[in-house]
Design a protein around this ligand. Structure first.
Ligand SMILES: *[C@@H]1O[C@H](CO)[C@@H](O)[C@H](O)[C@H]1NC(C)=O
Ligand SMILES: *[C@@H]1O[C@H](CO)[C@@H](O)[C@H](O)[C@H]1NC(C)=O
Length: 366
């Protein structure tokens, strides 16, 4: 009745077939969602680890792995599209980043295939927990796209690369494109489930809330050209650095000329969305494939810890005691680093430099 009220002029026949179409579309959409389930970096510090139903601990959740494509910024930003950003990790659960060390996460197509679920009994070498003895092998000169697991690549060499970025704020709502800076890249991932990223000399996070981190991936062809942006609560452990992270600038395509690459602190890649993109490119790369702004050399990201993202020494403001620091690794003391005002990151000189860099960038590209 209500529906008829909304469509008073619509004749009966076409309305029914329209609804049939809608039903078909929904069915198709469900299937498509299943097929397009991809990869997330699983860790206890992630948002929506338990899924997105309040008070339900979903061992089998795949919310976090959904790719972002053609969305409004309000929806793609930190995976708001399915409310992942509304489900922070449990209090005290952080992605821990040992300064000048490394950390490991699990790249998987579902929580079920990680050690964070079902006591890890479904976790295997690959992102889907299955055995794939010949995955990525070139046979008779052919290396087709791998579709199962859906990791958007032909082989390990072609895997686009993934990153983590950090923002020195404790609230997701305070994160901006500029204060969320890529601090580590891992070339040739996603590939296996286990992925180990290196950490530069990061300063300590604000306490007790820690920092906000993000995992990022821009798939390299082999399907829909998606991007990934997942939120985490994170904190720096061990002996933190004393230099603050500089504001990030959008990375640019520089495969053809490494002099064009953006040096220093870089933002994540925001691409192929309805709005909020910070990278817009077209045409083919040097191998003749459509350009894909992945987290690799072609976008100016080096492999491993990004050591060039810092302001001068002494610009970080935090003081931090690491309860977990093993006694052997040094004095268990408060590391007092020079404490400067919170405006230091935006000090006039930094701003001037920033403006000058931006200007020269614009001039260069005229
Ligand atoms: C996820 O579920 C587990 C088990 O019920 C619970 O201990 C944990 O606090 C939950 N995490 C969040 C963020 O709700
Ligand atoms: C990986 O796949 C690419 C693209 O199909 C192919 O050109 C390359 O030879 C493959 N590499 C290996 C090591 O098989």
């Amino acid at each position: 009745m209500l529906l008829q009220g909304h469509h008073p002029s619509q004749p009966q026949g076409p309305r029914i077939s329209a609804w049939r179409l809608v039903a078909l579309a929904i069915l198709f959409q469900l299937r498509a969602t299943e097929v397009s389930a991809h990869v997330a970096a699983w860790n206890k510090g992630m948002y929506c680890l338990n899924g997105t139903k309040p008070n339900v601990n979903d061992q089998n959740t795949g919310t976090a792995v959904k790719p972002l494509y053609g969305l409004r910024k309000e929806d793609w930003w930190f995976h708001h599209v399915d409310f992942c950003d509304q489900f922070p990790p449990a209090p005290g659960d952080f992605l821990e980043l040992p300064a000048n060390g490394e950390f490991t996460v699990e790249l998987a197509n579902n929580r079920a295939f990680t050690t964070l679920s079902y006591n890890g009994k479904n976790a295997g070498l690959w992102t889907d927990g299955k055995d794939h003895p010949h995955l990525g092998e070139t046979i008779k000169g052919e290396s087709p796209c791998i579709t199962s697991p859906n990791i958007h690549t032909q082989n390990e060499t072609m895997a686009a690369g993934t990153v983590f970025a950090i923002s020195y704020v404790s609230e997701l709502s305070q994160v901006t494109e500029e204060n969320l800076v890529v601090f580590t890249a891992l070339y040739h991932t996603p590939w296996h489930r286990i992925a180990t990223y290196q950490v530069p000399n990061l300063p300590a996070c604000p306490e007790p809330g820690g920092c906000i981190c993000a995992w990022g991936w821009v798939a390299n062809g082999c399907g829909e050209p998606n991007m990934y942006m997942l939120p985490y609560r994170c904190r720096v452990t061990r002996q933190p650095g004393d230099a603050a992270v500089a504001p990030g600038r959008p990375p640019v395509w520089c495969e053809d000329d490494q002099n064009k690459c953006v040096r220093g602190a870089k933002q994540m890649v925001f691409w192929n969305q309805l709005d909020g993109n910070n990278v817009v490119i077209s045409g083919d790369d040097l191998s003749g494939r459509p350009k894909s702004p992945g987290y690799n050399r072609k976008m100016g990201f080096s492999n491993g810890a990004q050591t060039d993202i810092f302001l001068g020494r002494g610009t970080a403001q935090a003081k931090y005691v690491d309860a977990k620091m093993p006694p052997s690794s040094g004095h268990r003391s408060i590391s007092l680093v020079s404490s400067v005002s919170s405006t230091s990151v935006l000090s006039p000189s930094v701003f001037l430099c920033y403006a000058a860099c931006a200007l020269s960038f614009v001039l260069y590209h005229l």
